[in-house]
Design a protein around this ligand. Structure first.
Ligand code: URA
Length: 448
């Protein structure tokens, strides 16, 4: 069977067998199949879709194109979280030390920012010296020693996905649910986990703005995890506005440390604590939700989570002073300018995509994977949808490198923050919980 015949079959609505996906992805990872053929196949999948068996075959083929983190000798739970990404989403930086401080091993693999969304690795690299490029062996040793490592996708993990994802990004074929699910899970299942929590974002700033798409993506990933023996649970969380107040890189690390110290914005705390409890449950570190919540609260209140973060920063070469005195040790923008409301009213929207793109304009995000970023720039937002404002009241502080980008960011900010008359309808920060058993709509506060 030639690659052209496989493309033809998919184009005409047929299916590829597991053996065909396997040999195609192995050949692609070796460089034996050209990008243009795989791009054509990706576009055929985009229009024709893939059923569960094909999605599973592609995921397994990409997983098996590389190596796995071997932590099977550890007796404790090995859990991670994956977020589908958004603006101001610094949850991983808090969650990893928090859950590790509760006794689980957290081999956390994160990504870089691209487009309007930020990336955990970029944020962490605003800590002077912090090294995210660990080998699998280094990551395994660190997890064994201190219970956590914060790393990027190494060259050894799912190399077929690495190549395929970059190609999809350049050919407008990222937004296909089976391709996204197979891509994410090929990396997560390489971590050798005993449990995985998915933070699937919904709303204007998310990858999947429509609720039904977010649910479908979550279900597809859960099925892949469960079939590979990794209990997987998803929470649907809101990304209709930036999460927390800080949006950028260093400024998000500062806010993460505030949460690890027991403070921080309420929305960020709520989402983080819900995901942390879920990780303890899926890893069987806690037998029930009340115990999981109590463990998480204790790890924050006792300072154990903050101490664990300091340990991780030190283990990965970062300046430990960044944890205790972030303002002194993290990069600071030379221009820090407050922007005030021009009229009275109630904030209707804080458009996450506009804020995300403005971070890139400031120099803090990338258009292309190899762009350099400025860690110091970004925003500290002072309002949320529903906030009442008076004229002259501060909406946000812009952190900028120069006057030109500052002006562009000010214009974007005033466009992003829409002020009207009536309070907008409240949105749940954590709206649904999905397992292989079904979907649960979450209602009262603390339901998760
Ligand atoms: N993140 C991934 O790792 N893969 C996708 O396909 C989309 C988001």
């Amino acid at each position: 069977m030639t690659v052209v015949e496989l493309i033809e079959r998919k184009r005409d609505g047929g299916r590829l067998t597991p053996e065909e996906w396997h040999s195609l992805m192995a050949a692609y990872a070796r460089g034996d199949v050209p990008d243009y053929q795989v791009a054509a196949l990706a576009m055929a999948v985009y229009f024709r879709g893939m059923d569960d068996a094909e999605t599973e075959a592609l995921m397994t083929a990409m997983l098996e194109s590389g190596r796995r983190l071997d932590l099977s000798h550890l007796t404790v739970a090995r859990v991670d979280k994956h977020s589908t990404g958004g603006v101001g989403d610094k949850v991983s930086i808090i969650l990893a030390p928090l859950v590790a401080a509760c006794g689980a091993a957290v081999p956390m693999m994160s990504g870089r920012g691209l487009g309007h969304t930020g990336g955990t690795l970029d944020k962490l690299e605003s800590i002077p010296g912090f090294e995210t490029r660990l080998t699998l062996e280094q990551a395994a040793k660190q997890v064994e020693r201190i219970g956590c490592a914060l790393i990027g996708q190494t060259r050894e993990i799912a190399p077929a996905d690495r190549r395929f994802y970059a190609l999809r990004d350049a050919t407008a074929t990222v937004e296909a649910i089976p391709l996204i699910a197979a891509s994410i899970m090929s990396k997560k299942l390489a971590e050798g986990l005993t449990g995985l929590v998915l933070d699937v974002k919904t709303g204007a700033g998310s990858f999947m703005p429509r609720l039904e798409d977010a649910i479908k993506l979550a279900r597809t990933m859960i099925a892949l995890g469960e079939r590979h023996g990794c209990p997987t649970v998803a929470l649907l969380t809101d990304m209709d506005a930036p999460l927390g107040e800080a949006c950028g890189n260093a400024v998000e690390v500062v806010e993460s440390i505030e949460v690890l110290r027991g403070g921080g914005p309420a929305d960020l705390r709520e989402v983080t604590l819900a995901l942390a409890a879920e990780m303890l449950l899926v890893g069987k570190v806690a037998a029930d939700r009340a115990t999981a919540r109590a463990k998480v609260a204790e790890a924050l209140m006792s300072g154990a989570a903050l101490a664990k973060f300091r340990e991780i920063v030190q283990a990965q070469g970062g300046h430990p002073g960044a944890v205790d005195d972030p303002v002194k040790h993290l990069p600071q923008a030379p221009l820090q300018v407050e922007v005030a409301a021009e009229r009275a009213g109630v904030v209707q929207r804080v458009e996450p995509r506009v804020i995300g793109r403005a971070i890139t304009t400031l120099g803090g995000g990338r258009q292309r994977v190899d762009d350099e970023i400025d860690h110091a720039v970004g925003f500290r937002l002072r309002v949320k949808p529903g906030s009442a404002v008076r004229p002259g009241e501060t909406l946000a502080t812009i952190l900028a490198r120069d006057a030109t980008t500052l002006e562009a960011a000010r214009e974007a900010l005033l466009r992003a923050i829409v002020i009207g008359e009536e309070a907008p309808p409240a949105r749940r920060r954590v709206s649904h919980r999905i397992t292989s058993g079904g979907l649960e709509e979450l209602t009262g506060p603390g339901a998760t």
